[in-house]
Design a protein around this ligand. Structure first.
Ligand code: HEM
Length: 738
């Protein structure tokens, strides 16, 4: 019998099978044994595979060969485990014994694997990388990372949505977090920003209300991860200060194509302080190398079904394939005098300083080149905090920023469970760290000696005395008040210029293309149509009347309600110069690089045409993704078979930036009867993407309602050129926008 077993089985497995057969006597046939043998896994250097009495798979440390300590499974106490498949029982069918510490420890640890998710920005994806300085800022800041061009600082960057829980989808309409931890030689600096340069509110005291209103509603616990519901718009409509941010949130900025294709902003005005103690105001901007790219709303909705992890997967795959996401760091630098002449307040987080008014100075680049090793240990446990700042950078009195300085450390104690979370590898500084803070839950370091207080004179007795303060290199807050009303009576008020809630919303609106304006108006209609309170939409539109009457009219029309009167403005809006830099479409980087091209094939597809197209796509820096009715194989024109990257029903065209339909006559005829194929083409057209195709595929295009335009091409260079764009002009033909 032993001779009949597969050769790949080791001696111990053979013996087990034979033993099993003997024990079971006539109940186990030779065929059964053979079956056990063939389904057993072959040995590797690391383990030998055996079947247990119940047929369960045991992967065991090999009885011969190299064995390092790491190959032995142990409990958390380091005790070697003999059996990781069966709990300890009294008899094979008897009760499980309480003394089974291996079982209890394993289940105990599993029971406590989850920690509270972040109260906001719970869903996120992150990566490691570096920041490289390209232009010295030593004249304005003493911060070490901004001194010497060419210097690199390690970073960990986490992108997130705001409203949804940790398990929510990647593509709702939402602001995206853009948090960067710089591990500098002077300690950690966290720039905790978003992909939109303004915020909903001006004062941190409103943050809990904002978040309560936007998260799932308190009684029904829906909707998750989206602002299209009653409580959010009720709140927002009562706070005219949200108007500017709402314009951004209703624009395509809030439905990004990829985390790699978003801008990032520090939002608040910060301060640089140089070695002479001179202060310069600074605003931080991240500019993606691939330009800003977004989806269209119908596509974003469908992406929620096509791939919950669309952004997470995209970031991971780009880094894994060596296409490292990259941004430039730009700074806007200005002084008190400049600030005092602006018609808005630089301490107000609902305002920008347009690039046309104050150009960006590009000073460095951010490159993400390594995926996390472990999602929980790194992405989940990372703790960003706007209060983590290094000498040479300082805060301003922005009342939103000031509240944030308290909130993050406080929430992280609750989320990570101990005051010692700074010791976790992802949070620990990569420069020396010494102080007299001691003990606490989960203390992971073992401080030596008695010096846990200061001043002390222990060194005079020959003992270690511990670290000391240094006025020359230590962090010093900028001492002087700058500008009017920065010091004075204790008041619960807002600064006068904060009262202008509409001028910059109007500036934003005027800076958009017609197509972008249509998207904004339509987003307002979509969101407000989900609000069940009849009294709320008119209030939102009354605010929009102060932004632009045309916008307000289009939203009211789209909802089918009367145009309300304008909400009396606390401060009359003024006309500011439009800022073309705020438009995505006017600044598109026309490149196929970093994009994903879907290629639809079926049996009979021309092998040469497919190979040529894939090659051209790869050479242009994009990624081809072959979709076929059967993922296992398609038989091409040359009789050879290819494996597809995805199956048609599971790989809809919203996953791609452009699509090519490489079908033969026979393949087309078959797919004319497949709704998923027709929808594939229809969606690519509806989402304004380039479509390349063989002549034979034309009937499928016709059935999908594709009309010829600049974006519909063959499979050559014309298609590759088209694949770098979206065809905004097409939209008017296929969608009734507001
Ligand atoms: C300009 C305005 C703001 C921006 C750009 C911003 C950005 C962010 C980002 C990017 C994160 C996620 C960090 C990560 O990836 O772990 C975050 C988390 C958080 N934010 Fe904000 N936020 C803003 C305002 C506020 C305000 C006003 C408060 C409270 C007063 C606040 C409280 C929090 C809290 C409690 C977390 C969770 C932190 C954690 O659990 O680690 N944020 N914020």
């Amino acid at each position: 019998m032993s001779d009949r077993l597969p050769k790949s089985l080791n001696k111990r497995s053979r013996a087990t099978i034979v033993m099993l057969a003997r024990r079971k006597g006539e109940h186990i046939s030779c065929e059964d044994i053979f079956e056990i043998g063939t389904t057993a896994m072959a040995d590797t250097k690391e383990f030998e595979t055996e079947r247990g009495q119940g047929g369960e798979t045991h992967q065991r440390v090999p009885s011969t060969g190299p064995q390092s300590a790491e190959t032995y499974l142990t409990t958390n106490q380091g005790i070697p485990v003999s059996d990781n498949q069966n709990s300890l029982k009294s008899g094979s069918r008897g009760p499980t014994l309480l003394e089974d510490f291996v079982l209890r420890e394993k289940i105990f640890h599993f029971d406590h694997e989850r920690i509270p998710e972040r109260i906001v920005h719970a869903r996120g994806s992150a990566a490691h990388g570096y920041f490289e300085l390209t232009e010295s800022l030593s004249d304005v800041t003493s911060a070490d990372l901004f001194q010497r061009p060419g210097d690199k600082v390690p970073v960990f960057v986490r992108f997130s949505t705001v409203a949804g829980g940790a398990g929510s989808v990647d593509t709702p309409r939402d602001v995206r977090g853009f948090a960067v931890k710089f591990y500098t030689q002077q300690g950690n600096w966290d720039l905790v920003g978003n992909n939109i340069p303004v915020f909903f509110i001006q004062d941190a005291i409103k943050f809990p209300d904002l978040i309560h209103s936007v998260k799932m509603e308190a009684d029904r616990a829906y909707p998750q991860a989206g602002s299209a519901h009653g409580t959010f718009w009720d709140f927002a409509s009562l706070l005219p200060e949200t108007t500017h941010m709402l314009m951004w949130a209703m624009s395509d900025r809030a439905i990004p194509r990829s985390l790699r294709m978003m801008q990032g902003f520090g939002i608040h005005t910060f301060r640089f302080v140089n070695k002479d103690g001179k202060s310069t105001f600074v605003k931080f901007h991240w500019k993606p190398k691939l330009g800003v790219q977004s989806t269209v709303w119908d596509e974003a909705l469908k992406l929620q079904a096509a791939d919950n992890d669309y952004h997470r997967r995209d970031l991971w795959e780009a880094i894994a394939s060596g296409n490292f996401p990259e941004w430039e760091l730009g700074v806007q630098l200005f002084d008190d005098e400049f600030a005092s002449k602006l018609p808005y307040d630089v301490l107000d987080a609902t305002k920008i300083i347009p690039e046309e008014v104050l150009p960006l100075k590009i000073v460095g680049r951010l490159v993400l080149d390594r995926n996390p090793d472990n999602f929980f240990a790194e992405t989940e446990q990372v703790a960003y905090c706007p209060a983590n700042i290094v000498p040479g950078i300082d805060f301003t009195n922005d009342p939103l920023l000031q509240g944030r300085l308290f909130s993050y450390l406080d929430t992280q104690k609750s989320r990570l469970g101990t005051a010692n979370f700074h010791q976790l590898p992802i949070n620990a500084p990569k420069c020396p760290m010494h102080n007299f803070q001691r003990d606490g839950m989960m203390q992971m370091t073992v401080p030596k000696g008695r010096a846990n207080y200061e001043p002390n004179s222990l060194s005079m007795a020959g003992e270690e005395g511990g670290p000391r303060e240094c006025p020359a290199t230590g962090f010093r807050s900028f001492e002087r008040a700058s500008g009017e009303h920065e010091q004075g009576d204790k008041l619960r008020v807002r600064a006068e210029l904060f009262a202008d809630h509409y001028s910059q919303a109007r500036l934003f609106w005027k800076s958009q293309t017609e197509s972008e304006q249509a998207h904004i108006a339509s987003s307002f209609v979509f969101e407000l149509s989900k609000v069940e309170f009849d009294h709320v939409p008119p209030r939102v539109i009354a605010n929009l009347m102060n932004v632009d009457k045309d916008l307000a009219t289009r939203v009211a029309d789209g909802l089918g309600i009367d145009l309300p009167k304008a909400n009396p403005a606390a401060k009359d809006p003024i006309d500011l110069e439009p800022s073309p830099a705020l438009s995505i479409q006017k600044n598109m980087v026309e490149t196929i690089e970093g994009r994903k091209i879907g290629i639809l094939i079926a049996d009979g597809t021309d092998a040469k045409a497919l190979a040529k197209l894939k090659d051209a796509i790869i050479k242009s820096g994009a990624t081809p993704f072959v979709v076929a009715p059967k993922v296992g194989k398609a038989t091409l024109s040359d009789g050879k078979t290819v494996k597809a990257d995805g199956q048609l029903a599971g790989s809809p065209s919203q996953l791609f930036d452009a699509v090519a339909i490489v079908l033969s006559k026979e393949g087309t005829e078959m797919l004319l009867r497949e709704a998923a194929a027709i929808q594939w083409v229809m969606d690519a057209f509806g989402h304004l993407k380039a479509i390349g195709h063989t002549d034979e595929a034309q009937p499928l295009l016709q059935k999908a309602g594709v009309e010829p335009d600049d974006g519909v091409a063959g499979l050559g260079d014309d298609f590759l050129a088209a694949a770098a764009k979206r065809f905004w002009d097409r939209e008017a033909k296929i969608r009734l926008l507001a």
